[in-house]
Write a protein that binds this ligand. Structure first.
Ligand code: AMP
Length: 425
């Protein structure tokens, strides 16, 4: 067995575990971050999910911990590496990766998340932990209960730091940072770099090495992005149509609200599709179950709010749909980052109604490009976006018998908002 991971400096048990999973070539973020983390410096990494960022910190952390394991016992409840993540789902995935790459080592990992009973966690914390993966709120509960000892933390990771700030975790994070030992290695991963992230990084990291894959706020180029102009009240019908016509078997749909997610999942179920919703009001058990059934293919459509879906990793997820565009344009990048991962091709479809033109403009501004808007025959919107390509340049729908209303010509032309009919394959 051979692996390019060995040449990055990782020990055999770690690269062998990756190779057994089929990973022998590091992704760009791994190639840059792994040697840096192994050298012991602080790291500022710009990488979104789908780039292989989890292994980029998990593998070298395991390497470091294994190298000094014999001399590093600090007593019960003590933690050597702390990985903070914004959501429960992401915590589960990160811990799975730690288990995966650490399977040939005898290191102990543990996950601490909210939404489940605290007592079993306290029980598990009686033994020392090499890698602790936690969401900030539940970790603070344990700190208050004195069930965890963070005074020997050697490595700290803030994963998806931008999401943690978006979710209002900054004060929790600062409270956790305050009780960590001063001397430690810090790794900060973020998909986007707002001034708030910069401030956090400046205070946290000492002479960090910066690595970045894909330019900031860029979307993976393996994701085909399509925008369908449609009236708000016909979106559900169009979604059903697209899922059926194009035979999508596994599709993650984003809505803006929990209520909207529930309603849409219910309607899709009524339309005869196996659909489930996940959002913050659902119990952890229900969320985990829905995700598992979706991964197994028992649930065809998973409807999620941004917070619930953050960090969801489903390999080769082929379709992501924005039922509504997000209010925060960065969320668009996060949402469509669920598809086209690690080199797989994916498709991100956004259903946009004219009242979402501001959100669309924000996304276009962030990504520094404009998108053609397509019209699906039979779903022509009553209202058009402010400016679009003249009708003469629009392609005719290929669906037999489909009627396409002549679009209203705008007073001023321009192709910023081009519209073209979707040609059904
Ligand atoms: P992440 O960005 O950490 O969410 O990882 C995205 C996906 O890429 C996950 O499904 C990983 O298991 C997968 N992955 C991570 N490293 C590699 C690699 N070197 N080669 C191929 N796939 C990988």
């Amino acid at each position: 067995m051979s692996s390019d991971f060995a040449s990055l400096g990782l020990s055999e048990p770690i690269w062998r575990a990756a190779a057994e999973r089929g990973y022998t070539t590091p992704t760009p973020i791994q190639a840059q971050a792994i040697p840096a983390v192994l050298s012991g410096v602080d790291l500022l990494a710009g990488a979104q999910t789908g780039t292989g960022k989890t292994a980029a910190f998990a593998m070298p952390i395991l390497h470091q911990l294994a190298a000094t394991a014999a001399t590093a016992f600090h007593g019960p409840s003590s933690v050597r590496a702390l990985i903070l993540v914004p959501t429960r789902e992401l915590a589960a995935q990160v811990e799975e990766s730690v288990q995966l790459y650490g399977k040939n080592l005898s290191l102990r990992s543990l996950i601490l998340i909210g939404g489940v009973k605290i007592n079993p966690q306290m029980q598990k914390l009686r033994r020392s932990v090499d890698v602790l993966v936690a969401t900030p709120g539940r970790l603070l509960d344990h700190i208050q209960q004195r069930s965890v000892d963070l005074s020997h933390v050697e490595i700290l990771v803030l994963d998806e730091a931008d999401r943690m700030l978006d979710m209002g975790f900054i004060r929790d994070i600062r409270r956790i940072l305050a009780i960590l030992p001063k001397k430690r290695q810090n790794l900060l991963f973020s998909a986007t770099f707002s001034p708030e992230i910069r401030t956090l990084a400046d205070g946290l990291l000492h002479n960090p090495v910066s690595v970045e894959v894909a330019s900031r706020n860029a979307t993976a180029d393996t994701v085909a992005q399509r925008f369908y102009a449609v009236d708000q009240e016909r979106k559900r019908e169009l979604l059903t149509h697209l899922i059926r016509e194009d035979q999508w078997h596994q599709v993650l749909v984003f809505t803006r609200t929990k209520h909207g997610a529930d309603r849409l999942a219910k309607h899709l179920s009524q339309d005869g599709m196996q659909a489930m919703a996940i959002h913050g009001n659902k119990s952890q058990g229900a969320r985990t179950r829905a995700l598992a059934e979706f991964k197994e293919g028992k649930v065809r459509v998973l409807v999620a709010t941004d917070i619930a879906a953050r960090g969801i990793d489903i390999s080769e997820l082929p379709h992501v749909v924005n039922f509504e565009l997000p209010h925060v344009p960065e969320d668009y990048v996060h949402r469509i980052g669920r598809t086209g991962r690690a080199g797989n091709n994916g498709q991100a479809v956004s259903l946009v109604s004219v009242d979402e033109r501001k959100q669309l403009a924000d996304v276009e501004k962030l990504l520094k490009r404009s998108f053609a808007k397509e019209i699906v025959a039979g779903f022509e919107p009553r209202q058009h976006f402010p400016s679009h390509q003249p009708a003469a340049q629009a392609r005719r729908p290929s669906t037999p018998g489909a009627q396409r209303r002549a679009p209203n010509r705008p007073a001023a032309g321009g192709n910023r908002f081009r519209e073209r009919p979707k040609t059904s394959a």
